[in-house]
Design a protein around this ligand. Structure first.
Ligand code: HEM
Length: 310
């Protein structure tokens, strides 16, 4: 099979770019090779990276018996075990997915509203004022508490510690590098060499504006003018693999954000911008999303649960 063109450089160099410079590296490759390119970042098989919404649609609507996402997720096997829904394919995957669905139904989820709100309000009550607060670790701890109590229905400390270790492992850049087949410090040094001096060329680079005129600008209001689309806003994946926890996660995020805005009167970012940084399979703000809370809000009436869904 002929693969689309892509960088020929050594695997370690590609992996370093992908892990250490996630945004600029993929923008650079897209500028050079177009919407679709191949990338050698791990030993098992080359990746083909796509970005055009038509291609995203083709993948999400493709035959799941041919497109094996479970096989593609093998990297998660040591963490989740071979029987995880994320690792299964075909009829086995569909059966497991069906079995997992009931707890995520709307009505069942609404029942978690009060619990999530209580946990979030208790967290916000601990935030200091007038000094930087690193929101990422705090939100991670909050999510863990919510998963423990809403999903597992327990406060067992052993489970908390296991889940915390799991999250740390998934978010550990060194583990990411090991998975890619190199050592983090080697990769860092080689990446710094390779990427120094190329920044100017990357400046002003933008993803092709298929859907929004300036896709990398932080303009959340764009979703008011043009609602998020199935194949253009894909944080939860799509097709038969779409995240089963998507409604729960959105509901949780809205409930937590509401508790934050009700608990704090004046929130400012501590830095003007924070670069995106890879943490395991996710991207996070490089300085942990630091904010400064000017003052606490006067005790207000308690928030009502927010509606679920997008
Ligand atoms: C902001 C939070 C979340 C994001 C961004 C997210 C994202 C994703 C993505 C992109 C996938 C697709 C993976 C693939 O294509 O192989 C996925 C799958 C999945 N997610 Fe989430 N997720 C989130 C929260 C949750 C939560 C809270 C739960 C459960 C409590 C959950 C349960 C699942 C399950 C079970 C799958 C596997 C679906 C399948 O393979 O059929 N997710 N998630």
């Amino acid at each position: 099979m002929t693969l689309p063109p892509g960088p020929r450089g050594p695997l370690a160099l590609n992996a370093a770019g992908w892990i250490l410079r996630p945004g600029p590296y993929s923008r650079k490759l897209r500028k050079h090779y177009g919407d679709t390119f191949s990338l050698n970042v791990e030993r098992h098989a080359p990746w083909v990276v796509i970005s055009h919404p038509d291609d995203v649609k083709t993948v999400f609507t493709g035959d799941p018996n041919v497109l094996h996402a479970g096989e593609g997720n093998q990297i998660l096997k040591p963490l989740l075990g071979a029987r995880s829904v994320l690792l299964l394919d075909g009829p086995e995957h569909m059966a497991e997915r069906k079995a997992l669905l009931p707890p995520f139904h709307g009505e069942r989820m609404q029942a978690y509203g009060e619990l999530i709100r209580d946990i979030a309000e208790a967290e916000v009550a601990t935030w200091p004022t007038n000094q930087p607060i690193a929101t990422r670790p705090r939100m991670q701890a909050l999510t863990l508490e919510i998963i423990m109590r809403a999903v597992f229905g327990t406060r067992d400390e052993r489970l908390r510690s296991l889940l915390a270790q799991l999250l740390d492992w998934m978010g550990d850049p060194a583990a990411d590098a090991r998975r890619a087949g190199g050592r983090a410090d080697d990769l860092e040094a080689r990446a710094a060499d390779a990427l120094a001096g190329r920044r100017a060329a990357q400046r002003g680079d933008r993803a092709a504006p298929y859907v929004y005129p300036d896709p990398f600008a932080f303009e959340p209001e764009r979703f008011l003018e043009k609602p998020a689309g199935t194949y253009t806003w894909i944080p939860f994946g799509g097709g038969v693999r779409r995240c089963l926890g998507a409604s729960f996660a959105l509901f949780e995020m809205k409930t937590v954000l509401r508790a934050v805005t009700q608990g704090i009167d004046n929130l400012e970012p501590a830095h003007r911008t924070e670069k995106p940084q890879r943490r395991g399979v996710t991207l996070v703000p490089a300085a942990d999303g630091r904010i400064i809370a000017a003052r606490r809000a006067a005790p207000a009436r308690r928030a009502q649960p927010v509606p679920s869904g997008r």
